[in-house]
Design a protein around this ligand. Structure first.
Ligand SMILES: CC(C)(COP(=O)(O)OP(=O)(O)OC[C@H]1O[C@@H](n2cnc3c(N)ncnc32)[C@H](O)[C@@H]1OP(=O)(O)O)[C@@H](O)C(=O)NCCC(=O)NCCS
Length: 233
C-alpha cells in the first residue's frame, strides 16, 4: 500500500513515531511528538528564568504535573492527526493529500552520534486563543468562532508557541524549525493561511524569528504590553 498521505513525515526507527527532520546543516535535529520521559527536560527549561520571562502561558513554578498534562494532551492530538492520516490512506491511498486538524510533531530533539536523543525545545501550532483581548465576552465569542471552524478552513487563525533550551539560542535553530514545519506541514497539510503570534514587548529574539519568516508586526501594546506579529499569507 502507498503511504502518500503521511508524506513528508518519516517513521522513527526505534519508537515508530512520526517525525520531521530539519534540513542541512541542522539535520541532526528531528521533530517528534512528546514522550513521557521528556518531563524533567521540559520542567527544567520552563523554570529557567531567561526562558520563562518571555512566556505568558505556562504556569510558574512549572511542575512535573504541568508537563505530564501537556504531554498527555499534545500526544492525544498527535495520535488523532495520525488516525486521520491512516483513515485517508486506507480509503484512498493514491488520492489527493487530505487536510488534517493539526501538526503531529512538536518536540525538537538532537540526535547524537550514538543514536541517543536529547530534548531541545518545543514548537506547537494551536488555534489562536486571543490572550491579548481585554473584553472577556468578545474574546469568548471570537475564540469560540475560531474553534468551531472546520478542518482546513482558511479563515482559521492559528497561533505558534515555541521555546528552546537557552544554550542553543541564536544558532538559527528555531527559525529553521518553524520554516520547516510551516512549509512541510502547517500550510500544505493543515491549510493554515492566518497565523497570529503575541510576544511580550522586548522579546527581540522571538520577534526576529517571526520577521525572518515574513511575519509583520500588526500592533503593539495591550493588557500585558504584548506585541503581536501576523503573517503567512
Ligand atoms: C525565541 C527563541 C525560541 C528563538 O530561538 P533561536 O533558535 O535562538 O532563534 P534563531 O537563532 O533562529 O533566531 C533568533 C534571531 O533573533 C536575534 N536575537 C536574539 N536575541 C536578540 C536580542 N536580544 N536582540 C536582538 N536580536 C536578537 C538573533 O540574532 C537571530 O536573528 P539573526 O538570525 O538575524 O541574527 C528563543 O530565544 C527562546 O526560547 N526564547 C524564550 C522563549 C520565547 O521567547 N518564546 C517565544 C514566545 S512569543
Amino acid at each position: 500500500m502507498a503511504f502518500a498521505q503521511f508524506r513528508p513525515l518519516e517513521r522513527h526507527p526505534h519508537t515508530d513515531e512520526p517525525f520531521i527532520r530539519l534540513p542541512s546543516p541542522q539535520d541532526r535535529i528531528i521533530i517528534t511528538p512528546p514522550r513521557r520521559e521528556d518531563v524533567p527536560s521540559i520542567v527544567a527549561i520552563l523554570n529557567d528564568y531567561p526562558i520563562k520571562k518571555w512566556l505568558d502561558g505556562p504556569p510558574f513554578p512549572y511542575l512535573n504535573e504541568h508537563a505530564e498534562d501537556w504531554i498527555a494532551r499534545t500526544k492525544e492530538q498527535s495520535d488523532a492527526v495520525m488516525q486521520e492520516l491512516r483513515r485517508a490512506n486506507e480509503e484512498d491511498p493514491y488520492g489527493p493529500l487530505v487536510t488534517v486538524s493539526g501538526c503531529p510533531v512538536s518536540c525538537l530533539r538532537g540526535v547524537r552520534e550514538d543514536g541517543t536523543e536529547v530534548f531541545l525545545g518545543v514548537v506547537e501550532f494551536t488555534r489562536c486563543g486571543y490572550p491579548d483581548l481585554l473584553n472577556g465576552q468578545e474574546r469568548e465569542r471570537i475564540v469560540s468562532r475560531n474553534e468551531s471552524r472546520k478542518r482546513g478552513d482558511p479563515e482559521t487563525v492559528w497561533c505558534i508557541g515555541y521555546y528552546l533550551a537557552a544554550p542553543l539560542h541564536r544558532r538559527g535553530l528555531m527559525s529553521c524549525a518553524l520554516r520547516t514545519l510551516l512549509e512541510a506541514w502547517v500550510v500544505p497539510r493543515m491549510g493554515a493561511r492566518r497565523i497570529r503570534v503575541e510576544t511580550i514587548i522586548g522579546n527581540w529574539g522571538s520577534i526576529r524569528v517571526l520577521e525572518k519568516l515574513g511575519f509583520r508586526i500588526a500592533s503593539t501594546g495591550g493588557v500585558w504590553d504584548a506585541g503581536e506579529a501576523e503573517g503567512c499569507d
